[in-house]
Design a protein around this ligand. Sequence first.
Ligand code: XMP
Length: 478
Amino acid sequence: MAEPIEIGLTFDDVLLVPQRSAVSTRRQADTRTRLCRGIELAIPVVSASMDTVTEAAMASVIAREGGIGIIHRFLPIADHVAEVRRVKRAESVVIETPYTVGPEATIRHAAAFMEEHGSAGILVIDRDRRLLGIVTARDVLFEEELDRPITAAMTPRARLITAPAGTPIEQAKEILHRHRIEKLPLVDAEGRLVGLVTSRDIRSRLRYPDATKDEKGRLRVGAAIGVRGDFLERAEALVNEEVDVLVIDIAHGHSDLAFATVEAVRARCPDVPLIAGNVATAEGTRDLIACGVDGVKVGVGPGSTCTTRVVTGAGVPQLTAILNCGEAAAEAGVPIIADGGIRGSGDLVKALAAGAETAMLGNLLAGTEESPGASVTRNGRQYKVYRGMASLWTSAERRDMPHEDELLSEIVPEGIEAMVPHRGGAAAVLTQLVGGLRSGMSYCGATTLAELRANARFIRVTDAGVREGMPHDVDPLS
Ligand code: XMP
């Protein structure tokens, strides 16, 4: 041990010193940021790639609010791709390839298809893609003769309102309104289906002006991949489904295995933005950036379900990790994501002030309606299951192991299974978080997140300071 031991700090060890501010209302604070090179967000929030946090429902709501979700990787490739597809199809200006069936399909098949894809309607086309009709979920709801052809249940072409290819969106909106319809198929001069405009998409565009969208007006979504097994095949399948970003997930991102993975994925999928992590040092950040990643995920052991630090003795307190990694990444113009340990808006502001351009949230979102975790009732209160991705049972399921003691004993978990209180909808959680962030920016005299990073002055606090900062000497009402 030649060098003196550095001190590592985390969120509770510091506060941001209030500074003169010209910001008069919270609304003046602009929270736009970058997830990675090439992807901008209206709010600096990323939902964690964990199987009790992010699938299509979570990714869709987070993207509508201006952040982005990363679909976890602990499901078969076909299902992983289907989750991405659900988000990409959740809304768009014009759906270029609407769901279709042929006239020979049965009502049973069409109903199952709509159910599986979460779609409220399906178009019937012939072999030359000529539009024959439309079927909605309502048309088949009480149908008893499910083996009849779909043509028996559809609204036929003659009674359908359609519009020509290339109809401007304002005009499509007017037609939908005039005819009080939900779906407007677009057809070319030969009557072939070329797209679909839905009133739901138009409503959503007006309602969520800050949504994170791609150039075709579809919600953006990311997906995680691992470093072993089918990761390359998975990466390719996700990119074919037009996933917006891939996140290489490895507990120790400063490793030869991580670099080899980045290079292999880059070679197979040269154009997709690539994020890798996790690291907790400037060297780790620089080495990943040298491999060509577009974003770096930072955090070794700060997560609420992590036991990495207890089990391995390794890690860096998260604020110090963000400061060090952020400085190294800024030299290269690459954003970092602060991953783990964010318990509320105060931690979010500190993470962003320390150098992160976004924060990945697990715990705060795991208790929301949109998370895939199971609901549990305990003592009359509602909770949702939230589990670390390196916890015992998660690791066991992943290895496809029978749950026998001798095999389970080979697993060295670095996470725990837990539950978190039910928190309602994710959008409401984000409203509180982003509201707190805006206030925090104004205390630092910042109207943008770049100014927040530049202006930030941290002060270290003692345990007495932490206690003073909590409600004290009162009996809370709830
Ligand atoms: P929060 O604090 O939001 O953190 O719950 C979410 C992040 O925790 C990481 N994670 C783990 N880390 N063992 C770990 O050491 C685990 O089992 C585990 N599961 C998740 C991950 O980075 C996530 O985004």
